[in-house]
Design a protein around this ligand. Structure first.
Ligand code: PNW
Length: 483
């Protein structure tokens, strides 16, 4: 593909590059020492048929033992930061804060110290989907008490690591926790209940995030001066035709606004258009109250403003149209939104990837940023995840082109639209357990050999290209551009 290369392909001074991972996807050691069982341990053991290749994360990349090699490859690429998550059940085996695991605590201490020795800043996600099974048995994210369970856990994590960790993500992708999970039943905790749970979960996740943010703000920020927010997964939705514009706005408010407006808007609370729509839908269905549980005044104030930047995970886009009468509507957020009578489609120009949910549309990332700026004003952004899945091989031309094309759009957002994007995170450092796709879908800058006991990590061409991006602080020509 011919690309116009100009002088504006340089990132602003101070722009940071990193890569991300998540505990369940890489660590293994699922029952090492006193670690407790998580909902993902539970799902893969009870329902192996839910995973494409019937695999699991029992060993994964074995980062529980091979963390030094992870630091080494992060350093080979020259990452400024490494975003990883903490396994709740490794730190608190029961899920509650009555007992802190010594081995769990030391595991992350060694990882943090090892990264810092190499000049790589640790970025911690406190929760990346591996809820303690014991808390799930008590209702998990639909029990309002989770707000306290999560914030107690967050306080423990801050008390252990806030002296060395300056950037924090409370909760990764509420939309996967609340929407993808309860709307499909395939994602842990494997409960199909699309009517009430996604909305109750959304409220509890926001309150849990807000309480944790306030603990950091009041008890840790004065001493350590770090930054903290939640990470939202954003699909960019475009109207299929002009007549679908209003519906598309409502879809955006349901996916993006539901987890952003309460935190980032001046007035707080649910997005007004969504709140109104859900009241009407609930009434039509015969409920006495809205299935989107209202916030009290105190709750609105608790959640509002609980951010230091906007953390955006972005991969893909969809076209939105109104469902035909009696048409089957697929599940939210990937195929449709039954409560909104919306159906989602693929634009024919978007290429497909190894992940069946993932179509490539580089412009989506810039448009998504523009929409967020229009809604919430001039906030500081970090792209906290972006990357491509492929099948296998070290010469991953498609991944190089993906990073080149998406990063060029990020640069346009910065240079043309005046967006304050200050960091970018590649998903992911190395191939890992890709949830329901198992090990078939590979997102890594490094390839991992999952049949070798050493889980050998080997550098892909894209890792060298990403290193060049970091070293030149720009989007350089890819090795394939002259072919
Ligand atoms: C993110 N979708 O998940 C997660 O944060 C990672 O753990 C994951 O491995 C990565 O993206 C790649 O999948 C997503 O269906 C999973 O749109 C699915 C979707 C989006 C994000």
């Amino acid at each position: 593909m011919a690309c116009a290369w100009g002088s504006d392909l340089t990132f602003p001074p101070g722009f940071k590059f990193g890569a991300a991972s998540a505990a369940y996807q890489i660590e293994g050691g699922w029952n090492a020492s006193d670690k407790g069982e998580s909902i993902w341990d539970h799902l893969v053991h009870e329902n192996p048929e839910m995973i494409g290749d019937r695999s699991n994360g029992d060993v994964a990349c074995d980062s529980y033992h091979l963390w030094q090699r992870d630091i080494e490859i992060a350093s080979e690429i020259g990452l400024h930061f490494y975003r990883f998550s903490i396994a709740w059940t490794r730190i608190l085996p029961t899920g509650f804060s009555d007992k802190i695991s010594e081995d769990g605590k030391n595991y992350y201490n060694r990882l943090i110290d090892g990264l810092l020795e190499k000049g790589i800043s640790p970025v911690i996600s406190i929760y990346h989907w591996d809820l303690p099974q014991q808390l799930q048995d008590l209702g998990g994210w639909v029990n309002p008490l989770i707000v306290d369970w999560f914030s107690d856990y967050a306080r423990v994590v801050f008390s252990l690591y806030a002296d060395r960790v300056k950037t924090w993500i409370t909760i990764n992708e509420p939309t996967m926790i609340c929407d993808e999970s309860y709307n499909t039943g395939f994602f842990a905790p494997a409960i199909l209940e699309p009517h009430i749970s996604p909305y109750v979960c959304a409220k509890n996740v926001l309150l849990a995030h807000a309480k944790a943010w306030r603990i950091y703000d009041e008890e840790y920020r004065p001493k350590y001066n770090g930054e903290i927010t939640l990470a939202n997964h954003l699909i960019w939705y475009e109207p299929l035709g002009e007549e679908d514009f209003e519906l598309t706005e409502l879809v955006r408010q349901n996916l993006v606004g539901r987890y952003s407006h309460p935190v980032y808007s001046k007035e707080g609370g649910w997005p007004p258009s969504l709140e109104k729509h859900m009241e009407e839908v609930s009434r039509r269905k015969g409920f006495q109250r809205s299935v989107l549980p209202p916030f009290t005044r105190e709750e609105i104030d608790l959640v509002k403003g609980t951010f230091d930047f906007y953390a955006m995970n972005h991969y893909t886009s969809r076209l939105v149209r109104k469902a035909e009468p009696s048409e089957h509507i697929g599940s939210f957020p990937l195929n449709g939104a039954p409560d909104l009578e919306a159906v989602f489609e693929k634009d024919p120009s978007w290429s497909i990837t190894t992940s069946q949910w993932f179509y490539i549309n580089p412009e989506g990332i810039r448009r998504q940023l523009a929409w967020l700026q229009k809604e919430y004003g001039d906030i500081k952004f970090w792209i906290t995840e972006n990357g491509l899945s492929t099948t296998s091989g070290l010469e991953d031309r498609e991944r190089i082109e993906f990073y080149r094309d998406y990063l060029k759009e990020v640069l346009l957002a910065i240079n043309e639209d005046g967006q304050k994007v200050t960091g970018y995170t590649a998903w992911t450092l190395m191939d890992n357990f890709e949830w329901n796709d198992g090990y078939n879908s590979k997102f890594g800058l490094y390839e991992v050999n999952f049949t070798s006991p050493m889980r050998t990590r080997r550098q892909r061409a894209s890792a060298r290209y990403y290193k060049q991006i970091i070293d030149t602080h720009s989007v350089p020509r890819s090795p394939y551009d002259d072919l």
